[in-house]
Design a protein around this ligand. Structure first.
Ligand SMILES: [Zn+2]
Length: 261
């Protein structure tokens, strides 16, 4: 009960709701423009990947690294513990990924040939990683003075836009209405505050736990970018443009991060 009334808990939860809403904003972009080409969507996802990479490094992985080094144990032990925490994050989402059936969708819209089942499998894949993203937001708010959580929230919110749009497009491709597609994207975005609650439950745990949780959350985000977002877009022949889009997203997020510091 006291946790629910904690201002950090409330702020973190609301931040995750706001970030999650951007998945819906992306979903409702199907009303703005009737058709998005596959290459446009890929570029947006690539920018999102760059944004996420910068956000996971600067908002979680690097501050956790410094904090763990300062905690007192000798550098080799500290480094080992840190690396284990990052790896645990990767392993966690990897296992979760394998556990639930899902499919990497090669979105685009070549008419209604898309099966509804396939569209939903793709949506499950995206939904799955909304939880660790929410977890990262929750952990960031549990970290108190350690980091600036707003920049992480901003990064996650930005990357939610193309993800929401891709989900909505795959549903439309499977024959759903634009309204239902947009609403589904919004609903799935709400998994982020759910994940955030898990991270926020660490409020009050202090420096013995929080930096490791940050490293773990950073690891899960890296896995999402490397295993879910990038392969999806790199499968499409457009590598140079894609690479520039990733760098572009990375640079923009780096800039925003420094400005927000
Ligand atoms: Zn995502």
């Amino acid at each position: 009960m006291s946790l629910l009334l904690n201002p950090e808990f409330i702020n973190g939860f609301l931040a995750a709701v706001v970030a999650g809403v951007f998945t819906g904003v992306g979903g409702f972009l199907v009303f703005v423009k009737k058709r998005y080409t596959k290459s446009n969507i890929n570029l947006m996802l690539n920018i999102a990947a760059g944004v996420m990479l910068a956000a996971s490094f600067f908002a979680l992985l690097v501050p956790a690294m410094h904090e763990i080094l300062q905690l007192g144990s000798n550098p080799p032990t500290a480094a080992l513990k840190y690396c284990l925490a990052v790896f645990l994050g990767v392993a966690l989402i990897w296992v979760l990924n394998d556990f639930l059936p899902h499919e990497h969708n090669h979105m685009g819209h070549h008419g209604p040939k898309f099966s509804l089942r396939k569209a939903w499998l793709f949506i499950i894949a995206i939904s799955l990683h909304k939880l660790p993203e929410g977890l990262a937001v929750g952990v960031a708010y549990s970290a108190g003075e350690l980091i600036n959580p707003e920049s992480l929230v901003l990064g996650i919110a930005l990357h939610n836009i193309p993800e929401g749009l891709t989900m909505a497009i795959s549903l439309i491709g499977a024959g759903e209405s634009r309204l239902k597609a947009g609403l589904t994207a919004l609903a799935i975005g709400m998994l982020q505050p759910l994940g955030a609650v898990a991270g926020l439950s660490l409020i009050g745990f202090g420096p013995a736990v929080i930096p490791y949780a940050m490293a773990l959350a950073g690891g899960t985000l890296l896995f999402v970018v490397i295993n879910e977002i990038l392969p999806e877009t790199y499968g499409y022949k457009q590598t140079e443009k894609s690479a520039f889009a990733v760098f572009g997203g990375f640079i923009v997020m780096t800039y925003l991060f420094m400005v927000l510091e």
